[in-house]
Unconditional design. Structure first.
Length: 218
């Protein structure tokens, strides 16, 4: 039976969390909302609809959600040609692929945004499949994105490791029954990731790559 390495993308493989924070902040500002950046940063990893609901609450004008999301996409899209992969992100995926792991991405991104992220990682030869926000009814922290990734890989939860950078990732992975590995490069504190279900913590993809011999992928 095979094994699957499931990866979140934003903040885990590509250094985009703060770009998302700033572009969401500007989207809210343009719409007349004052939302502090620290609150936005901690909401990154949720899908657009859930992020807006989380930050503005249920008493907001929900008819404006689509306009807010479109503004964020337009602002963030300006960076598509220069999204920075985190150090050794592509090397990590290729090494796991060479070691027999089925690599699957589980991300809230879709469409052109997902394409830009994959270009930044530059390891398409190692990526077997992608479970995007377009493929599930509920995004993280619901388990559906991780469960769909496991279906694409054709492996049970006990044969998979999920790597992410947010509490939403860790909660989704825990609910899906997989071993959860947190990385700190998305800017979320170690204690928060552990509390949300991380079994192990690494600094970033480079640290995880250097620790393959005795880490969760050993």
């Amino acid at each position: 039976m095979g094994r699957s390495a499931v990866f979140d993308v934003d903040g885990t493989l590509v250094d985009t969390n703060h770009l998302h924070t700033v572009t969401w902040w500007e989207s809210f500002r343009q719409a007349g909302h004052t939302v502090p950046m620290h609150a936005i940063h901690r909401a990154i990893g949720l899908g657009s609809d859930d992020l807006i609901a989380h930050l503005l609450g249920d008493d907001r004008d929900k008819d404006a959600d689509e306009e807010l999301s479109a503004a964020h996409k337009a602002l963030y899209g300006q960076y598509f040609d220069r999204l920075p992969a985190l150090a050794d992100a592509g090397r990590l995926l290729r090494r796991l692929h060479q070691d027999g792991w089925t690599v699957v991405l589980a991300t809230s991104a879709g469409g052109a945004e997902l394409g830009a992220l994959r270009r930044a990682i530059d390891a398409d030869d190692a990526i077997a499949a992608t479970a995007s926000a377009d493929d599930v009814d509920q995004g993280k922290p619901a388990p559906e994105p991780v469960e769909h990734a496991l279906e694409l890989a054709g492996v049970p939860a006990e044969r998979a490791v999920f790597v992410g950078d947010t509490v939403w990732d860790m909660r989704a992975g825990s609910r899906a029954g997989v071993r959860c590995v947190g990385v700190l490069c998305g800017g979320i504190p170690r204690s928060d990731l552990v509390e949300a279900g991380a079994d192990e913590i690494y600094d970033d993809p480079a640290h995880l790559l250097a620790s393959l011999a005795d880490g969760p992928f050993a």
